[in-house]
Write a protein that binds this ligand. Structure first.
Ligand code: ADP
Length: 753
């Protein structure tokens, strides 16, 4: 019944304000009900002692009692708890005050009931209204006190017998009211606690759900990594065979058509591998898993290597590939050389790809920041097709190409720039592009890198001492290249003179002071480098001038079999000219250092003879065995082959090996297990062979696992011959206990004699 009444009196809009408001409204209704009960009791009681129904006392009780009925109505119609609450409080307050006045002022027990008004006001309408009603009650008490002091004649109090009965009833009502309020307070408190507990439980549930989601996400990411690793492995293993065998096939006796087929197979394999690597990188970037290294590396060589890779393609495409590093570039920096090379390769190969004629120019500058590191700025400028202004914004998004026809004409996945852009950011820099459609593009990127101890820079510095003050004649038809050579040689203290043709050079040589050395470009219109060299050597006075030939391919003279031309040159260097190499070549000419020599063929077939190594290959896959054995044969090594880690360990116990090429996934005992065992049995570095991991899984985790297991090096499959040679070179170095012997450096210079 009471429930129904309160449901009726509390309107929906109040309920919507929440359970707390609803509870306060209930409290108000309960209090009003109690006051109403008190009023009715008072009236009945008055009627028994005072038969006059319209006495002021009777009215003072009956009127507010009747008005109390309006509180629920007002609550329902206005929906305002404050209004209804204060109306109830006012009715109770003033009727009690009037009764107290009527019954003799201060000291009346009814004033005790009045004390409940501020209490209820606090609970219903908040502390502020509670304070308000307390202040009023105090004023009332003060007023009554003042009236007593002044000797005011209060209306006649009831006779003592009546008064006792009134006091009895009021006391009981006071106790009951306090109990009611206490109960209400208790229920409010419990409800609030309940509310908190429920909220807590919900929070705990949400936390559990979040934890489960995180676990699921971690699980998914592990599964994804595992999938990537497997996919990478599964694709790389057959690719290893395809690329390796095609390369070997190319080296056999073939008809032109067959050679073309073999080359196509190998090139397609290479591009497939590039796509695979891009996708792997991209998915690692996407999942935030790509981390960059911070190790000291030779910045200049990294740049030169990247340029070298593209030099051949540029030459095939008939465009000049030029490179210029500012002299203040720190030689060694701390960073991730692989990633820097990757960005450079991407930008350079795009530039070469999208340039039909003209040149591709890489400029590298460094600026020391006040905060400590260097900001290294790379700019790859081309004279290619350019990019329309409206497409430039989206270039760095994944899978975008300038237009759909790009794929048809030039190939590519549209991932390269997106990856490079993210890599540049990971290296502390950024990437941007300037381009004009039809005129060419310049792709810029920066990285932040600290300078590393400058050990390797010594060679160039030492070279510079030798080169100081030497006069050099530079002959090249390409203006940018002339400029680069001028700056580079000048930075070593040389005195360069520039000529743009063979004709100009010969007349310069005839008239001017003697030169110490001349650098000649091979490919020039009218008179090429070889012809110019002949002319120079036929000039009596200049016959002894040392000449350095720059050609787009170092092997060009060997290919043409032109022994006579070769004899004219003290050294040949492949373009683009690399400062470090040029410095060492030039200083070699001046006797500071012997320049390294290398056989002309691509693979150093005599490496095995010059640097004997006993090699063991542990590999279960037949095709891969064959590929590795054949490649090693090509560079002059015979190899022992075993099928798994356990057999490898047995072989090592039986015989002495310098190097073990260790596949990772093998039956019985895998590469990692075998390496661990090997290190346990032979803790001393000198008494065990160097272990080089061979794996189709190129993810960083795998590399770390290999190194942790105690492997000395790591080669990815498909086996890249230069990488294999480099890895073996390190073994030679260890076997010799010193620097590698000359002749196996891929970039060293062929020289006559
Ligand atoms: P892709 O593998 O297709 O080369 P990239 O992300 O490296 O992917 O390049 C995206 C697109 O940007 C290219 O397809 C090409 O349309 C445009 N682009 C990149 N570099 C150049 C450039 N040097 N000159 C003109 N267009 C370029």
């Amino acid at each position: 019944m009471w429930e129904k009444f309160t449901d009726w009196a509390i309107p929906a809009r109040l309920r919507r304000q929440g359970p707390d408001t609803t509870r306060r409204a209930r409290l108000l209704l309960t209090f009003t009900g109690a006051m109403f009960g008190l009023g009715v009791t008072g009236i009945v009681f008055l009627l028994t002692i005072e038969p006059e129904p319209l006495s002021p006392r009777m009215l003072a009780i009956a009127l507010p009692t009747a008005l109390a009925g309006s509180v629920p109505a007002i609550l329902r119609s206005t929906g305002s708890l404050t209004l209804a609450g204060n109306l109830g409080a006012a009715l109770a307050f003033f009727s009690i005050a009037f009764v107290a006045f009527q019954t003799g002022g201060l000291g009346r027990p009814i004033l005790g009931i009045q004390a409940l008004v501020p209490l209820v006001a606090v609970l219903v309408s908040g502390v502020r209204w509670g304070v308000f009603w307390t202040v009023l009650a105090c004023l009332e008490a003060g007023l009554l006190f003042y009236l007593h002091l002044e000797g005011f004649e209060f209306p006649e109090p009831p006779a003592p017998g009546v008064q006792d009965r009134v006091n009895l009833v009021l006391s009981v009502m006071l106790f009951v009211m306090v109990l009611v309020l206490g109960t209400i307070y208790e229920s409010l408190k419990n409800a609030a606690l309940d509310h908190f507990q429920r909220a807590n439980r919900n929070l705990a549930k949400a936390r559990d759900a979040a934890e489960a989601a995180t676990r699921a996400a971690e699980e998914a990411s592990r599964a994804r990594s595992a999938f990537l690793a497997t996919m990478s492995h599964e694709i790389r293993t057959p690719m290893n065979a395809v690329i390796g065998m095609a390369g070997l096939l190319e080296g056999t006796e073939l008809t032109d058509e067959q050679r073309d087929f073999a080359a196509t197979i190998r090139q397609s394999g290479d591009s497939l591998l590039t796509v695979l690597n891009d996708i792997l990188d991209f998915s690692k970037i996407e999942s935030g898993k790509l981390e960059v290294e911070a190790t000291a590396f030779d910045l200049q060589s990294t740049i030169e290597e990247a340029v070298d890779v593209l030099a051949i393609k540029a030459k095939e495409a008939g465009i000049e590939l030029l490179h210029e590093s500012s002299p203040d570039l720190p030689r060694n920096v701390v960073g991730d050389s692989t990633r820097v090379r990757q960005i450079l390769l991407n930008l350079l190969s795009n530039a070469v790809k999208f340039t039909e004629e003209g040149e591709v120019h890489l400029a590298v500058e460094a600026e020391k920041l006040e905060t400590g590191p260097y900001e290294i700025h790379f700019a790859v400028r081309d004279t290619g097709i350019g990019i329309p202004a409206d497409r430039m914004g989206m270039l760095f998004d994944s899978f975008t190409q300038v237009d759909a026809s790009t794929t048809r004409k030039y190939g590519g996945t549209g991932l390269g720039l997106a990856i490079s852009n993210r890599l540049a950011e990971l290296l502390g820099g950024r990437m941007w592009v300037e381009s004009e459609e039809g005129a060419g593009s310049t792709f810029h990127f920066t990285i932040l890198a600290k300078r590393a101890p400058d050990g390797a820079a010594m060679t160039e510095k030492q070279a510079a001492k030798v080169l100081q003050g030497k006069r050099v004649l530079i002959v090249d038809d390409n203006a940018t290249n002339r400029q680069i050579l001028e700056r580079v040689t000048a930075s070593w203290g040389m005195e360069p003179t520039l000529c743009e043709s063979g004709r100009q050079a010969t007349s310069e040589l005839l008239t001017a002071n003697p030169y110490d050395v001349a650098i000649l470009d091979m490919f020039m219109p009218e008179m090429d480098g070889a012809e110019l060299a002949r002319r120079i050597h036929s000039l009596k006075k200049r016959a002894g001038l040392p000449l350095v030939l720059l050609s787009s391919s170092g092997a060009i003279l060997e290919e043409s079999g032109d022994q006579e031309s070769r004899a004219h040159f003290a050294a040949t260097l492949s373009k683009p000219a690399k400062p470090r190499q040029l410095a060492s070549t030039l200083s070699g000419i001046f006797g500071a250092r012997k320049t390294a020599r290398k056989p002309a063929s691509d693979l150093p077939a005599d490496m095995g003879a010059r640097h004997p190594l006993r090699i063991l290959l542990a590999e279960d896959n037949r095709v891969n065995q064959k590929v590795a054995v054949k490649i090693l044969e090509r560079i002059g090594y015979s190899t022992q082959v075993v099928e798994n880690g356990a057999l490898a360990l047995e072989a090592i116990e039986r015989e002495t090996f310098d190097v073990v090429l260790m596949d990772l996934q093998m039956p019985e005992l895998d590469g990692i297990g075998a390496t661990r065992k090997l290190r346990e049995r032979h803790p001393g570095e000198a008494e065990r062979p160097r272990v080089i991991a061979l794996t189709a899984n190129v993810l960083e985790e795998e590399r770390t696992a290999c190194l942790q297991a105690g492997m000395d090096d790591f080669l990815g499959k498909p086996l890249a011959v230069p990488a294999l040679i480099q890895a073996l070179e390190k073994c030679v170095r260890r076997a010799d206990g010193g620097a590698p012997r000359s002749g196996i450096e891929p970039e060293s210079t062929p020289a006559p004699g």
